[in-house]
Design a protein around this ligand. Sequence first.
Ligand SMILES: [Zn+2]
Length: 223
Amino acid sequence: MCTEPHPSHAIVTRRRQLAAAGPDARAAPRPVSADLSPREALDLLYAGNRRFAAGEPVAPHRDFERLKAVAPAQRPFAVFLGCADSRVPIEIVFDQGFGDLFVTRVAGNVSTPEITGSLEFGAEVLGAKVLYVLGHTACGAVTAAVKADPVPGQISSLFYHLRPAVRAARGDVGAAVRENVRNQMDALREASPVIGRLVREGRLLVAGGVYDLGTGRVEPVDG
Ligand SMILES: [Zn+2]
């Protein structure tokens, strides 16, 4: 007969501990607010990823109270352009929850006009402080673009956006992933007057990095 406590018992005990500790016990390490500076917002993201990659996530803002709190209005502190890859769930890898991140995802994390419009909405209308472009190791879309094999349907439409990075990387998928993050950061700053103005005014920071599928760590990319 099993003598280990049932997992649900541990969950109930944890909930009781949190209830005893007060309403802030499940909150993020610091409150997400409109007066965060762009640099502070970026630091929050990296701190979340460090917790996640260390196997010590807080999993903040994922309870029903938070759902209720953000239902009337959202004020995410970061907007994301990430890949659609099932192994890169943005809220989980940055240890955030409901209402924290405004996320767009598309294979190869490329800034199509619709994606750019969504990111502009998150930054200009919702007031996010960081625009983060996240690539990842062994990206299938980048790998396919490097190989340039024939693909069905409209998959090749992604290649148009990835081509400059693929050319610069000369067959190296890892280099192409990093170069694509840089290119998308540049494209968003330069091709979007809205994002460019927010950056010039010091209200938005454009940053990027590469998520490692094997370690859970995000390595920043200069750009
Ligand atoms: Zn990918």
